[in-house]
Structure formats: C-alpha cells, structure tokens
Design a binder for this molecule. Structure first.
Ligand code: COA
Length: 175
C-alpha cells in the first residue's frame, strides 16, 4: 500500500485502545476550550475508556468503521441500531450515527465525508430507511458538513456531560 493511502475496514475488538485514544484526543482538542475541565475529563475517562469502547465493539447492535493510514487508525465512525429520541419517535427503521472522529492531522482530506458515505452504505445493508444524529449546537463545522450531504434538522435534545447540559440539534437523512 502506498504511503498515506487511506483504507477503510470494520473496527474489531483489537482496535479498542486505538479508537479510545483517538476519540478522546480529538474530542479534547475540539471541545476542551468550551467545556469545564473536570466534567470533560470525567466524561472522557468513562465514555472513552478502552473497556467502554471494547464493550461497544462487541455489541451486536453497534458497527464501527475505521479509516487507516500507514497502519494507524486516523478516523472512525460508530453506528447504533435501536436508539431514538423524542422528536423522531415516529420514524421507523433508523440507525444512529453515534460518533464520527478524524485525527486532527488528517482533517480536511475527505475522510469524514468518506465515512459518512460508508455510514449510508452500512445502514442500507441493515435495511434502515434513515440515519439520525445529534450535533452539538456550537459545533458549526460538523453541522455544515451534515447539512451539505443532506441531513436536516428535525428537533433538539439535551446531553448531560457530567453536570453540564449540552444542547444538540437532532438531524436526520433518508437513505
Ligand atoms: C467533523 C469531522 C468528522 C470532519 O471530518 P474531515 O475528515 O475533516 O472532513 P472532510 O475532509 O471530509 O471535509 C468535509 C468538509 O469539511 C470541511 N473541512 C474539513 N476540515 C476543515 C477545517 N479544518 N476547517 C474548515 N473546514 C473544514 C471540508 O472543506 C469539507 O467541505 P467541502 O466539502 O466544502 O470541501 C472532523 O473535522 C472531526 O473529527 N472533528 C472533530 C470531532 C467532531 O466534531 N465530530 C463530529 C461530531 S461528534
């Protein structure tokens, strides 16, 4: 494989450390300036612990796809079946795009868009009719990307990060 070529494959349980490290690092780099330090650290310790990611990797209703460059995982997405929130209760056969992270040094190379296209392919394979996600309101860059590829806002939800209440847009795309 040529240096810098990016390949995509399913995440496996052996990837838990790499995904955990990447997800926590990119989350911190992207959002630390907007969140209280202690709540952020507690959230990352819990949600991005290798054991927590390993449990997700082995959960049959969860799918991970990873982007790999030079043998290193530089991006990943996490899809979850069966999850919902109040404003989309009436939508059947939907899959949640739960996480999407690309390494800081690899952002802007098209990996995010490729992973989002792969999310649609995977979801169609599960006979889903739509993909939904929650996008934190201050994350305008992600929101623009989602809108550009056809997600639309259908409501709002809150997410508790420690003691901090975060306001998210709920966005959905028919596939
Ligand atoms: C959001 C994210 C997944 C996008 O991944 P990416 O690989 O950088 O995205 P792509 O290279 O496919 O680019 C997608 C679009 O974003 C734009 N973009 C990418 N990096 C950018 C940057 N640093 N600044 C401004 N725009 C940028 C691209 O220009 C592209 O738009 P275009 O189609 O008009 O060219 C990535 O930036 C990321 O991990 N961010 C931090 C975590 C996050 O916000 N996750 C999503 C919500 S949980």
């Amino acid at each position: 494989m040529a240096t810098n070529e990016i390949s995509y494959r399913y995440g496996q349980k052996e990837d838990s450390e790499a995904i955990s490290e990447l997800g926590a690092r990119v989350f911190r780099a992207s959002f630390a300036s907007l969140l209280p330090h202690d709540d952020l650290s507690a959230y990352l310790r819990e949600s991005y612990a290798p054991t927590s990611i390993a449990a997700d990797l082995q959960d049959p209703i969860v799918t991970f796809v990873v982007a790999v460059r030079d043998g290193v995982i530089v991006g990943f997405l996490q899809l979850r079946c069966g999850a919902s929130t109040s404003c989309i209760e009436g939508v059947e056969n939907k899959v949640q795009l739960q996480r999407l992270y690309v390494s800081e040094s690899c952002q802007g190379l098209g990996i995010g868009k490729h992973l989002l296209a792969r999310a649609e392919q995977e979801s169609r394979g599960m006979d889903a009719g739509s993909i939904w996600l929650a996008s934190w309101k201050p994350n305008a860059k992600a929101e623009r990307l989602y809108e550009k590829i056809g997600y639309r806002k259908v409501g709002q939800m809150t997410f508790m990060l420690g003691d901090v209440k975060l306001d998210d847009w709920v966005m959905i795309k028919s596939i």
